[in-house]
Design a protein around this ligand. Structure first.
Ligand SMILES: O=C(O)[C@H](O)[C@@H](O)[C@H](O)[C@H](O)COP(=O)(O)O
Length: 284
């Protein structure tokens, strides 16, 4: 059974917001909704949002660090476009003060195209080193222990435990995606995955039955997401239209992305393009 403290019952109320940012009342919990008709504007505003969170975490203190966790999939390209290739944003990113973690990771070697770290390195880290015709110092990136991959159940559990031990007490920012089925991190909907969404004591779990390949992964639990100072979802494309309606309007509490809204509330911002938000009324 899912823990009842993850659920909040309330009546949906949709309010009009005067600014360009809209708000949706999810069972009396406000989450922020940012919608864009142009892809370029979406990634630029996403980059600006990340920069603002960096600046408030660092507050011009050269010794401070910005603890950020990122997701895989389409997130990498958005990070490249919003932070590395955006000439207005790139000069303001203090990469050496960034500590980057992965919300979930597939248990494959880094060279495998399914590796979230491998894709992040290829799409974001490698290009940023020489961006702007200069040598840039990069962030500190926390990967899983690759040497344990392929070691079976005991090794997989150890990968999760070790990764949990590296995490900061709380993240300044967690960047999430949302799958067509409403999953986020590697927290999937359905009873066979309840062991993942119900865990609130451990920070990282081995997911042994992912419905999306590869079946072995590690994932943050909702306990980590709940403690974050800020959480942002980035969702693009027409394949996300139906699930965005289920998440933001129907608010189906069986969906892990809805659970994030419920437990994190006002600290959550959703960045949507118009195709993903096609079934979300414009006036809410
Ligand atoms: O490793 C993973 O599988 C991801 O971290 C996952 O949670 C992702 O964020 C969603 O599947 C959305 O992915 P897209 O943005 O590519 O649709």
């Amino acid at each position: 059974m899912r823990k009842t403290n993850l659920r909040r019952i309330g009546k949906f109320r949709c309010i009009r917001c005067p600014s360009s940012s809209k708000h949706i009342d999810i069972k009396r919990i406000m989450v922020k909704l940012e919608r864009f008709s142009e892809e370029k504007a979406l990634v630029h505003e996403f980059g600006k949002y990340i920069l603002e969170k960096q600046d408030s975490a660092l507050a011009d203190n050269a010794d401070a660090v910005f603890n950020i966790a990122i997701s895989g999939g389409s997130m990498n390209q958005a990070l490249y476009e919003g932070l590395v290739s955006d000439k207005d944003i790139f000069p303001h990113i203090k990469w050496p003060q960034w500590r980057i973690f992965f919300c979930d990771e597939r248990l494959v070697p880094f060279e495998d195209p399914q590796s979230n770290y491998g894709q992040f390195k290829k799409i974001v880290l490698d290009p940023l080193v020489h961006q702007g015709d200069q040598l840039n110092l990069g962030p500190t990136v926390y990967t899983i222990n690759e040497s344990l991959i392929g070691g079976g159940e005991t090794a997989n559990k150890k990968i999760a435990e070790e990764y949990a031990s590296l995490l900061p007490a709380s993240f300044d920012l967690i960047l999430l995606g949302c799958g067509d089925d409403g999953h986020t991190c590697s927290l999937f909907p359905g009873v066979e995955y309840n062991y993942l969404v119900e865990e609130m004591a451990r920070k990282v779990l081995w997911c042994y039955n992912s419905p999306k390949p590869p079946k072995d992964r590690i994932t943050f639990t909702l306990a980590v997401v709940a403690d974050a100072k800020n959480v942002a979802f980035l969702v693009k494309g027409p394949s996300k239209k139906a699930i965005m309606h289920d998440v933001l309007i129907v608010k189906n509490s069986e969906l892990p992305s809805v659970l994030v809204n419920e437990i994190v509330g006002a600290k959550v911002t959703w960045f949507l393009d118009d195709t993903a938000g096609a079934l979300i009324p414009q006036n809410c």
